[in-house]
Design a protein around this ligand. Structure first.
Ligand SMILES: *Cc1c(COP(=O)(O)O)cnc(C)c1O
Length: 342
């Protein structure tokens, strides 16, 4: 099977496993795990933030960030496609007692103008207090779209003016950095907190980090504990993340090229209604429902040993990744070519 359902399906390579086994572990709840401490320093430096904290999941890192920046009753501005709203089990309301003001952006990206319009007037006590703006880069449901730095800087300006905290869900920020050739330090300079995943394109089996100021990350440690995310000899996993940063970051360009080639091949298939712009490793395409359902398409691809997922009844998604070999890619391109000639 060629599995293109997500970039989370990758398995650790032999080299990654070797480096994991070489970890220098201790009890991380007592902050005595050297490999985890080293990873936290390394990822904080990479984005030029003061501190970082290792998390078991991106969801827990995002949820911690929301908790850090808000009080119950507050409101968070985010895109209607955002992961924090759609795919974290309602955690924003469950953990922090906040609501989300959903903005309809462009493929998951919201603009500075939209942010400005979404802020509730602070003296109007009938509406929730706007406290936090949360962006996602790259966007997940938006098909891997990337922000322009200019737009992020404009939104930061609005946050500063209105005293709003600014969080980035950077689960796939690595992909944006490679695709846009952006400097990670520019992101560190704009956001109060950033979450990054090691378990998506970078190919680690588990792990995320939350980055921020020393003060914020000290508070995050307590929240992570409350959420049940205190871990013990976790350096084995921190080493997987560290290895992923060193060896699986720049190669993301390969995933992006393959995604672009899939996207182009899909364009020539009759029952493909449209393919969304492909900027990184996510390819989203829409089908003509008159002829087919998404389930039918999935079972057709299964006959060729290719797995993809439906985003809804007319939207399908491929995600390229580390374990998607050149041979797999040729097979998928060949299959798409055959489908186009039918
Ligand atoms: C994957 C992902 C997360 C984190 O998800 P986990 O499964 O909890 O690691 C957060 N945000 C986005 C945009 C994601 O794609």
């Amino acid at each position: 099977m060629v599995n293109l359902i997500s970039d989370t399906v990758t398995k650790p390579t032999k080299e990654m496993l070797d480096f994991m086994m070489s970890a220098n572990v201790g009890d991380d709840v007592f902050k005595n795990d050297e490999s985890t401490n080293a990873l936290e320093v390394k990822v904080a430096r990479f984005f030029d933030k003061e501190a970082a904290l290792f998390f078991p999941s991106g969801t827990m890192a995002n949820q911690t960030a929301i908790k850090l920046h808000t009080e119950p009753g507050d409101q968070v501005i985010c895109d209607h496609y955002s992961h924090i709203f759609n795919y974290e089990g309602g955690g924003a309301s469950f953990n922090s007692g906040v609501s989300c003001k959903l903005v309809k952006g462009d493929r998951g990206r919201i603009s500075a103008t939209q942010v400005k319009q979404a802020i509730n007037p602070p003296d109007f006590y009938h509406s929730p207090k706007t406290r936090l703006v949360s962006l996602e880069n790259t966007t997940n449901k938006g098909g891997g779209a990337c922000y322009e730095l200019q737009e992020i800087k404009a939104i930061k300006g609005i946050c500063t003016k209105h005293q709003l905290a600014f969080h980035l869900d950077g689960a796939r920020l690595w992909n944006a950095l490679v695709a846009k050739n952006h400097d990670p330090k520019d992101y560190g300079a704009q956001f109060d907190t950033i979450s990054v995943c090691f378990s998506k394109g970078l190919g680690a089996p588990i792990g995320s980090a939350l980055l921020g100021s020393k003060t914020l990350i000290e508070k995050a440690l307590r929240i992570r504990k409350i959420l049940g995310g205190g871990m013990r000899q976790v350096g084995y996993l921190a080493n997987a993340a560290s290895f992923a940063m060193d060896y699986h970051f720049e190669r993301l360009a390969i995933d992006h090229r393959k995604a672009k080639e899939l996207s182009e091949a899909l364009e020539s298939i009759k029952w493909v209604h449209s393919v969304e712009p492909t900027e990184t490793n996510i390819v989203i395409f829409n089908i003509d429902t008159v002829d087919f359902s998404a389930d039918h398409i999935i079972s057709e691809f299964k006959k060729y040993h290719i797995e993809l997922i439906a985003m809804d009844s007319t939207k399908l998604r491929f995600v390229t990744h580390l374990d998607y070999s050149d041979q797999d890619h040729n097979h998928v391109l060949e299959t798409l070519k055959n489908m186009a000639s039918l």
